[in-house]
Design a protein around this ligand. Structure first.
Ligand SMILES: Nc1ncnc2c1ncn2[C@@H]1O[C@H](COP(=O)(O)OP(=O)(O)OP(=O)(O)O)[C@@H](O)[C@H]1O
Ligand SMILES: CC(=O)N[C@H]1[C@@H]2OC[C@@H](O2)[C@@H](O)[C@@H]1O[C@H](C)C(=O)O
Length: 399
């Protein structure tokens, strides 16, 4: 037997593991690296985030990822090359982070790598007969494993699709294990590029749990800002949107979408919510001459309306909800104000109130998914939320 297997089996048997969770989402802002101490598994899982860092992507690297990101005309040679390059750059970022944190690669048991989504194609979006749901994350785990010397678990979404899901949202698995609380109806709302939420019922009944993408989080606002303001990547603290006035004509047209009308659960991405989506709505509403500020005010209002509508649709008026926010959108004060106005009966918190840094939450959840791959048992989520009962991820060995 290869001697390295002994160490790996020891990792599987450990009561507590040091796991690095990685997430690089649809905003393409950088790599989130969460160093987590994870003990137990399944419903006994406990996580302590020992360190967290977002390593920003350089402008050149961002441009390279963008060139193949959610584009039907992406250059296949570049996709092939970026599979290696993203893995290698992520490995370098991890090595730098662990050096900064004063630990060595051999101290880390496992890396949980989401990879970079470059295309998300649920059947509802591509509408091609005879094709299933599809999603593609690149930055192969073997490159990370070999370059860091750390066992890497990656490519979590394919099993979800194989088992009947759309490959997302996966947050539900970790949300259920970490954040379910008897006596509180919780909505775990992540506002990244795309907004999604998990519902955790007050009686902890897994059969009632569900999770869904709802539509754009920051993606439309980010894309518009990037197209109009050179060198500015997002509307920090809603400085631009706050100067504008909402165009009801444009807002009404933005709300017209098959995806928004479709029943939950569902998933989406910038393949749908992009500048073409905005331009089409502007053409239909004849609002092409709005100022940048007015467009931003309208996009912020649209983003909040989509989230408010999705949550309102799922729950009755007398249901007392506690909403725990995470993701970059929770730092947008105008968006949060609109959400609170739209859901006046809900109590708003962030995952900080549950001792998890909201910017780290998705990376932490991938650490939990990897922990489940090694040592967990599957949860039966019933059939409300299309959440297959599976453990996910592929194991990449450095040896
Ligand atoms: N101070 C702020 N003001 C306004 N917006 C902010 C602020 N801070 C972060 N954001 C928004 O958050 C975005 C980054 O969010 P996040 O890192 O959660 O996205 P992601 O992980 O790439 O997305 P996803 O979850 O969809 O994969 C930024 O691009 C920006 O739009
Ligand atoms: C295909 C893909 O990468 N989807 C992401 C994206 O970003 C947010 C939303 O769209 C969500 O569905 C998902 O990520 C989180 C981590 C999830 O799977 O729960």
């Amino acid at each position: 037997m290869n001697a390295n297997w002994g160490k790996f089996f020891h990792t599987i048997e450990k009561k507590e593991r040091l796991i690095i969770g990685l997430m690089s989402g649809t905003s393409l802002d950088g790599l989130d690296i969460a160093l987590c101490s994870v003990s137990g598994s399944s419903s006994a899982t406990k996580v302590r985030v020992k360190n967290f860092k977002t390593v920003p992507y350089s402008n050149v690297f961002k441009a390279e990822v963008k060139a193949i990101f959610s584009r039907k005309d992406a250059n296949l040679e570049k996709v092939c090359l970026m599979n290696e390059k993203i893995g290698s750059i992520h490995a370098e970022m991890i090595l730098e982070a662990i050096k900064l944190w004063g630990i060595k690669p051999e101290d880390v048991d496992v890396i949980a790598s989401h990879g970079q989504t470059i295309f998300h194609a649920p059947a509802t979006l591509h509408q091609l007969p005879d094709y299933p749901n599809g999603t593609l994350q690149i930055g192969d785990g073997d490159h990370i494993a070999v370059k860091t010397g750390i066992v890497t678990i990656c490519d979590f979404r394919q099993k979800h699709i194989a088992a009947g899901g759309e490959g997302a949202p996966l947050a539900v698995y970790g949300d259920f294990l970490l954040f379910s609380e008897k006596g509180e109806d919780r909505v775990m709302l992540n506002i990244g590029g795309i907004a999604n939420f998990t519902y955790l019922p007050a009686d902890n009944d897994a059969q009632k749990v569900f999770s869904t993408d709802v539509g754009p989080g920051n993606t439309l606002m980010d894309q518009f800002v990037q197209s109009r303001y050179q060198g500015i990547y997002f509307d920090e603290n809603a400085a631009i949107a706050k100067e504008g006035v909402v165009s009801m004509e444009l807002l009404n047209e933005l709300m017209h979408s098959e995806f928004l009308d479709a029943e939950l659960p569902k998933t989406t991405g910038p393949e749908l919510f992009n500048l073409n989506y905005l331009i089409a709505a502007q053409d239909r509403s004849k609002t092409n001459n709005l100022s940048n500020e007015d467009v931003m005010a309208t996009l912020c209002s649209f983003t909040s309306k989509v989230i408010v509508n999705a949550i309102s649709k799922c729950f009755s008026d007398d249901q007392k909800l506690s909403i725990y926010m995470s993701g970059g959108g929770m730092h947008n004060p105008l968006l949060v104000k609109l959400l609170k106005n739209g859901l006046p009966d809900a109590s708003f918190y962030t995952t900080n109130d549950l001792h998890i840094n909201p910017d780290a939450k998705e990376a932490v959840l991938f650490a939990v998914l990897a922990n489940e791959t090694l040592n967990g048992s599957t949860v039966n989520f019933g059939n409300r939320g299309a959440v297959p009962s599976i453990c996910m991820g592929k194991i990449c060995l450095p040896f």
